[in-house]
Write a protein that binds this ligand. Structure first.
Ligand SMILES: Nc1nc2c([nH]c(=O)n2[C@H]2C[C@H](O)[C@@H](COP(=O)(O)OP(=O)(O)OP(=O)(O)O)O2)c(=O)[nH]1
Length: 131
């Protein structure tokens, strides 16, 4: 089981989403920026490191959403989502095929990594109404 932290970065009522590159696992699937937790690293440290590596952004972490355990045919993961906003930095697409700012209502139009579907459902159902 791998542990993956991911960031739901909000700005102007939109969310930043990322498409995995053709060479990555789950090619061309959409995901939230983030990655695998390393040894001796907290999930929040992992999230800050991965977002900086992938997007050259420093983010502020606001709150966790519900973690998701998912079993792909060849590996299993636990995905830990966090609501975030941008603290500093200029967006640069360092590892992904592309990134997009999207309105929450349009989130379902994308071909997501399966593990992310419960996160999107929770985001639309709860978070958008409470913040
Ligand atoms: N960052 C991120 N990864 C996700 C999401 N949903 C999801 O299933 N994943 C999977 C894809 C990857 O297999 C794994 C994250 O690994 P990673 O981003 O650190 O590493 P990677 O793509 O280089 O993967 P790998 O080839 O080394 O296995 O979690 C998501 O929303 N964000």
């Amino acid at each position: 089981m791998i542990h993956v932290a991911c960031a739901l970065i909000e700005k102007d009522n939109q969310l930043l989403i990322c498409q995995r590159s053709a060479e990555m696992k789950l090619p061309l699937k959409w995901e939230f920026p983030g990655g695998k937790q390393e040894e001796a690293e907290s999930l929040e440290e992992c999230l800050l490191r991965e977002v900086e590596e992938e997007l050259s952004l420093n983010v502020t972490i606001h709150k966790p959403l519900t973690k998701v355990e998912y079993h792909y045919p060849d590996f299993s993961l636990t995905l830990y989502p966090y609501l975030c906003s941008i603290k500093s930095g200029k967006l640069s697409v360092n590892e992904h095929e592309q990134v997009q700012w999207v309105d929450p209502v349009d989130l379902w139009k994308y071909d997501w990594a399966n593990a992310d579907l419960p996160i999107i459902e929770e985001y639309i159902r709860t978070t958008r109404e409470t913040i």
